[in-house]
Design a protein around this ligand. Structure first.
Ligand SMILES: *[C@@H]1O[C@H](CO)[C@@H](O)[C@H](O)[C@H]1NC(C)=O
Ligand SMILES: *[C@@H]1O[C@H](CO)[C@@H](O)[C@H](O)[C@H]1NC(C)=O
Ligand SMILES: *[C@@H]1O[C@H](CO)[C@@H](O)[C@H](O)[C@H]1NC(C)=O
Ligand SMILES: *[C@@H]1O[C@H](CO)[C@@H](O)[C@H](O)[C@H]1NC(C)=O
Ligand SMILES: *[C@@H]1O[C@H](CO)[C@@H](O)[C@H](O)[C@H]1NC(C)=O
Ligand SMILES: *[C@@H]1O[C@H](CO)[C@@H](O)[C@H](O)[C@H]1NC(C)=O
Ligand SMILES: *[C@@H]1O[C@H](CO)[C@@H](O)[C@H](O)[C@H]1NC(C)=O
Ligand SMILES: *[C@@H]1O[C@H](CO)[C@@H](O)[C@H](O)[C@H]1NC(C)=O
Ligand SMILES: *[C@@H]1O[C@H](CO)[C@@H](O)[C@H](O)[C@H]1NC(C)=O
Ligand SMILES: *[C@@H]1O[C@H](CO)[C@@H](O)[C@H](O)[C@H]1NC(C)=O
Ligand SMILES: *[C@@H]1O[C@H](CO)[C@@H](O)[C@H](O)[C@H]1NC(C)=O
Ligand SMILES: *[C@@H]1O[C@H](CO)[C@@H](O)[C@H](O)[C@H]1NC(C)=O
Length: 661
């Protein structure tokens, strides 16, 4: 009651205040020079596995999704693509495979980041590429658990050179270690190696919080090796000591918001990252919500595409907010100066203006986000508006060649993607001036460039297809089998050069230099985290030398952490070849177990049938064990798993049980 009264009093005050004030005039000018150069708006594929399911889409949907993100003048029209350098580590929503699982291994066909980069570049040859590690295979530590070794320099250089050699990709920027510590020696040695290899890749330091500027300020040698300062989730602010470094500064990871409802915060961040902090790039985590619902940060991405089996995908308002920037600006354009086209609006909200290198084009982007957008993740200080306002923009003689401007408009008060990014016609300038009514919660782009609200029709949504079977024979060597989403460890297709054909193999032989807590044992999920019905999962396994293999149902957790609850049927060559059923992927405290004679080098068919009130484990079709764990108390994905050993998997099948006891 009290707070309602307080709001009422404030709003009365605001209305009176607004009546008593003249409409505000904002000058748009470049006669006194320009502001900083725009490096762009970007998306981050990685950190991790966020684009995992995209590669399993049919070519048509894949191509449409990539157009929405990267094709200039169609959708988001992103300027920057940042990718993870897969390091075999869990990096938020899964693990991405490393190009060097071991010191003598090198492979540039793993994962999906290469293809994402190639396809982005095909659509926009000027796309800026930026790469960063979340973690590393163990061997780079040279016996330590730290990556600051020359092996890591070799590892990173190999990735940069591989990009060039196999994909003709020049990586424009390379980071150090996502949100973890940083090392001067490594940075200097990497910098020297890049120069020695004749590459132009610049270094971003160090993809973390604003916690390192004093260090750089005190160390000119280290500072000189860093081309760009990249900080995460900055809330459109910059500490004095960082601004004082006088370097290019980026919000190198930002957003973490729902592909639709996150649009308000994103609109504000894109503008205010420059207005309030002079940041010249803003990169959205993540590029694409292409990971299973039920993993951390469900729904987060510039668009949503996590149904490869149907080809269905969803465009929300956040993509169109991105388009308000992407379609009307380019990397290399300049911001106008603060006070001459850039600033906070008189009654809340903000505006920015940019011009091309010839000073011919002009784009003005205006946002009036309300206090709802204070729910933005990681954004502590907010500059919002609660009142409608009228604003007049006055272009000076430096823009006298401009007589008309295109208008694109999004009303973010409306939860409807059709109300986003709508063409509102042309403004004819009178004396270089135009006036806008700015209600609370809208986004305008006013530009010499026209935009397009690109539109494809996505196929309808469908549930994960059951029954499901995969013999892995149709895949390219080194790729990943459809729909499997590795959560610890890394699986890839190998050719056994035998009658068995291709199989899927766990490739990580030891624990990694990780980014976050990893599960004790590698596992890979598939299906739907809401599955609670009786299911039958079957897979052939072959433990190459030693170790454990398992199959599971009701697996409810992915991402960082120590593993998942679930009904897990495992076999272990070391433990006298016995089997067990456990309540989690930690494989501890078996609820049922017995000796068997599983030996290395031999294929076995493991089947786990989970029914309404009990579960049964089968080896080679023979029921070996039974326990009370049941579908009534477990829900989640199906999974396969192993110890940190080379273990092969074949003939995966998932179906409703033939019978219900
Ligand atoms: C805009 O420019 C005019 C003419 O140079 C100047 O008189 C006025 O003070 C400026 N207004 C603002 C808000 O900077
Ligand atoms: C790493 O390489 C640099 C440059 O070649 C060299 O100066 C340095 O001694 C090496 N460090 C180690 C630990 O081998
Ligand atoms: C941004 O740059 C402008 C122009 O150089 C400067 O006046 C302003 O103080 C800077 N903002 C911050 C937060 O450093
Ligand atoms: C803004 O927040 C208020 C109060 O939480 C809520 O009623 C309203 O629906 C929100 N508006 C939007 C557009 O999200
Ligand atoms: C803008 O000017 C053009 C002619 O230059 C005219 O055709 C058009 O109707 C004008 N639009 C508006 C909204 O006044
Ligand atoms: C603010 O603008 C909106 C949209 O134009 C309008 O619906 C609303 O009535 C206005 N509010 C006030 C207080 O004028
Ligand atoms: C600008 O683009 C819109 C669609 O995005 C289109 O309807 C309009 O005709 C275009 N205007 C001009 C003058 O080309
Ligand atoms: C998972 O199952 C739920 C409930 O049937 C359904 O709403 C959802 O669309 C399914 N998701 C996937 C990814 O299959
Ligand atoms: C691996 O298997 C061999 C026998 O083949 C055995 O001697 C050894 O102890 C096993 N190692 C582990 C770690 O289980
Ligand atoms: C393996 O089997 C042997 C013989 O049955 C037994 O003595 C030994 O304790 C078993 N080892 C394990 C680890 O269960
Ligand atoms: C396999 O059995 C051995 C011997 O009991 C044990 O040390 C090891 O932890 C087991 N492995 C797993 C993954 O449970
Ligand atoms: C489980 O699936 C396997 C493989 O499709 C099949 O052979 C077996 O009969 C099924 N078992 C049950 C209990 O449904």
């Amino acid at each position: 009651m009290l707070s309602v009264k307080a709001i009422f009093v404030i709003s009365v005050f605001v209305v009176l205040f607004s009546i008593s004030n003249a409409d505000f005039l904002y000058n748009v000018s470049k006669v006194n020079g320009l502001g900083r150069t725009l490096d762009g708006v970007g998306g981050l594929s990685g950190g991790g596995c966020v684009t995992r399911l995209l590669q399993d889409y049919n070519i048509r949907s894949y191509s449409e999704i990539m157009d929405y993100l990267f094709l200039p003048g169609f959708g988001a029209s992103l300027h920057i693509l940042k990718v993870e350098i897969g390091g075999d580590v869990q990096s938020t929503d899964g693990t991405e495979p490393s190009h060097m699982h071991t010191a003598d291994d090198e492979n540039y066909e793993r994962g999906y980041e290469w293809m994402t980069m190639v396809e982005a570049k095909r659509r926009n040859p000027n796309i800026i590429l930026y790469a960063l590690s979340w973690g590393f295979p163990s061997w780079v530590g040279e016996g330590t658990k730290s990556p600051w070794t020359n092996s890591t320099v070799r590892y990173t250089m190999n990735w940069l050179l591989g990009a060039k050699k196999y994909y003709s990709l020049d990586i424009d920027y390379i980071g150090i270690w996502n949100e973890r510590n940083w090392d001067k020696g490594y940075t200097l040695t990497l910098k020297a190696a890049i120069a020695a290899a004749g590459l132009k890749t610049k270094i971003v330091g160090h993809d973390s919080w604003w916690d390192f500027c004093d260090t750089l300020a005190r160390d000119p040698e280290w500072s000189a090796a860093v081309d760009v300062i990249g900080a995460h989730y900055v809330g459109s602010s910059i500490p004095k000591e960082c601004a004082a470094l006088n370097k290019i500064q980026w919000s190198s990871e930002d957003m973490s918001l729902d592909y639709d409802t996150g649009s308000l915060c994103w609109a504000r961040s894109l503008n205010q990252n420059y207005v309030r902090a002079n940041l010249t790039a803003t990169i959205a985590w993540d590029l694409l919500n292409s990971f299973y619902d039920g993993l951390p940060w469900t729904g987060v991405g510039i668009l949503r595409a996590n149904e490869p089996w149907s080809g269905h995908y969803q465009i929300g308002r956040l993509l169109w907010v991105t388009a308000h920037w992407g379609q009307f600006t380019k990397a290399g354009w300049s911001f106008l100066r603060h006070g001459s086209g850039v600033g906070l609006l008189d009654k809340g909200g903000s505006y920015v203006s940019l011009t091309d290198p010839n000073g011919q084009q002009l784009t003005i982007i205006i946002e009036t986000m309300d206090r709802n957008s204070s729910q933005c993740a990681h954004s502590s200080t907010v500059y919002y508006t609660t009142t409608n306002q009228t604003a007049t923009f006055q272009l000076d003689s430096s823009f006298s060649h401009i007589t008309q401007l295109y208008v694109f408009f999004t009303d973010l008060n409306v939860l409807d993607v059709n109300q986003a990014f709508n063409y509102k016609g042309i403004i004819n300038l009178s004396d270089g001036k135009f006036t806008l009514q700015l209600p609370v919660g809208v986004l305008y782009t006013i530009s010499t460039i026209n935009g397009t609200k690109g539109a494809y029709v996505a196929p309808p949504s469908q549930p994960f297809p059951l029954p499901y079977a995969d013999d892995f024979d149709k895949y390219r060597i080194s790729s990943e089998a459809a729909y499997f989403s590795d959560q610890t460890g890394s699986w890839e297709i190998i050719d056994t050069a035998s009658a068995r054909g291709k199989v899927m193999r766990q490739m990580v032989p030891e624990t990694t230099i990780s980014w976050c807590d990893e599960a004790q044992y590698p596992y890979s999920i598939i299906g739907n985290f809401t599955w609670k019905q009786p299911l039958n999962v079957t897979v052939d396994v072959m433990i190459e030398k030693n170790g454990t293999a398992f199959v599971a149902l009701g697996v409810s957790q992915g991402g960082c952490g120590s593993g998942s609850r679930g009904i897990v049927f495992s076999v272990n060559t070391t433990n006298n070849g016995s089997w067990q059923i456990t309540e989690s992927t930690k494989l501890t405290n078996p609820v049922a177990s017995d000796s068997y004679s599983i030996v290395a080098g031999t294929w076995y068919t493991l089947t786990l049938v989970v029914l309404q009130d009990h579960s049964i484990g089968y080896i080679n079709g023979n029921a070996v064990g039974r326990c009370e764990l049941s579908a009534s108390s477990y829900s989640g994905w199906a999974a396969i798993g192993s110890s940190y050993d080379y273990v092969q998997f074949d003939n995966f099948r998932l179906q409703s049980p033939n019978y219900i006891l």
